[in-house]
Design a protein around this ligand. Structure first.
Ligand SMILES: CC(=O)N[C@@H](CCC[C@H](N)C(=O)O)C(=O)O
Length: 373
């Protein structure tokens, strides 16, 4: 028989929604919450998110667990018997797991309250445009603000039973990147009468790749990825417009500034050399995930005493997470949860091992009970 949280994960998996449009997801979670004993629990909604407060027996502190809610624009190709019902959308970053685990934590503590209080956050729009920063500033959150927070992210590369984390930086600073190029279109047979934005965009993609290799200190990691390139309308028409969409990742704020300066210089060069207009938009930016050193070290030491968990002290990753904004204000940490699948995050075949769900619920609830004395 399936655990109720695996069942919930499967239902969530079928309804992936874009950031701030997690309407069905919110409804499903609210329905599940309504089936639980209500005497210790208060529930608030904030946009498409949910905040759940569970009162402890004799509270002196307030802990927080955060799960993100949104899916990604990826057509699912897992072959699972419970595939996404939303064409072109998939939970390809494990947020279905994060939410099911969050519901497991809520369920445990409404039945077995700990001494301290707990707030479980279901946060919209982690993939973009970012729900953490506005949720953090919302009144609904501010008067329930925890004293310590934690969150997890599934890790395809680790076996089930592995938890990986580190004190200090775990995830990178991020910035989205959108560049629009506008030139002069025309007949494919008359290139000398037009400014071809396909050539300009192609040159630009190549030049952007020199930033990390030539302008950033190799000891201070950075990434510039262009994930989407759009241009043109037909094979015999010279393209008037092109659009590049990508992301910047850096381990330091200095490198982020340096990468942006170089992007702006390259863009000005493209404008001059192709006699076109260019517009840069940095979209949403995420704060690095900086794990509070003493709290993280304490969690790691505590994990070493648990039979069913293998602790890995990992290196930093160039992934981004808006949970970094919570950690900027509230002590705590994020960790990787091994889910043992050959396909990585943001892949159409990502199929995390569901055994990790119960393991995560047991680990988080035991850790909070250890802390709440
Ligand atoms: C864990 C993970 O995959 N997070 C996303 C966060 C997206 C940040 C933003 N939309 C961007 O693309 O810069 C990631 O892509 O790392």
């Amino acid at each position: 028989m399936l655990s109720p949280f695996v069942e919930l994960r499967r239902k969530l998996h079928q309804i992936p929604e874009p950031g701030f449009q997690e309407f069905k997801t919110q409804r499903l979670l609210l329905d599940e919450l309504s089936k639980l004993p209500q005497d210790r629990m208060s529930i608030r909604t904030w946009r498409t998110g949910i905040l759940v407060y569970i009162r402890g027996l004799n509270p002196a502190k307030r802990f927080g667990y955060r799960a993100d809610m949104d899916g990604l624009p990826i057509p699912e190709d897992t072959g699972l018997p419970f595939p996404s019902e939303h064409p072109g959308y998939m939970h390809a970053c494990g947020h279905d797991f994060h939410m099911a685990i969050g519901m497991g934590v809520v369920t445990h503590f409404v039945h077995h309250p700990m001494k301290d209080d707990l707030v479980v956050l279901f946060q919209p729009a982690e993939e973009g445009p970012g729900g953490a920063l506005p949720m953090l500033g919302a009144d609904e959150f501010q008067d329930w603000k925890p004293d310590q927070m934690l969150a997890l992210h599934i890790a395809p590369e680790y076996p089930v039973g592995t938890i990986a984390t580190r004190p200090e930086i775990l995830f990178a600073n991020t910035s989205e990147l959108f560049i629009d190029l506008h030139g002069k279109g025309g007949h494919a047979a008359y290139p000398h009468r037009a400014n071809d934005m396909i050539i300009a965009a192609s040159q630009m993609v190549g030049q952007l790749q020199t930033i990390v290799s030539r302008n950033v200190n190799p000891l201070d990691a950075a990434v510039v990825t262009i994930g989407k390139l759009e241009a043109g309308t037909k094979q015999n028409i010279i393209a008037e417009n092109a659009r590049l969409e990508g992301t910047i990742r850096t381990l330091s704020a200095d490198s982020m500034r340096q990468v942006k300066r170089r992007i702006e210089a390259i863009t000005a060069g493209i404008e001059a050399s192709f006699e076109c207009e260019a517009k840069i938009d940095y979209g949403s930016n995420y704060m690095q995930v900086f794990n509070t050193p003493d709290v993280t070290r304490e969690f790691m030491d505590w994990l070493k005493g648990r039979d069913n968990v293998t602790l890995v002290e990992c290196t930093e990753a160039m992934t981004g997470e808006d949970f970094g904004y919570f950690l900027e204000q509230i002590p705590g940490f994020m960790f990787w949860l091994g889910v043992d699948t050959p396909h990585g995050l943001h892949h159409a075949k990502l199929n995390p091992n569901e055994d990790a769900i119960e393991l995560a619920i047991a680990t988080i609830t035991a850790y909070l009970e250890f802390k709440s004395v």
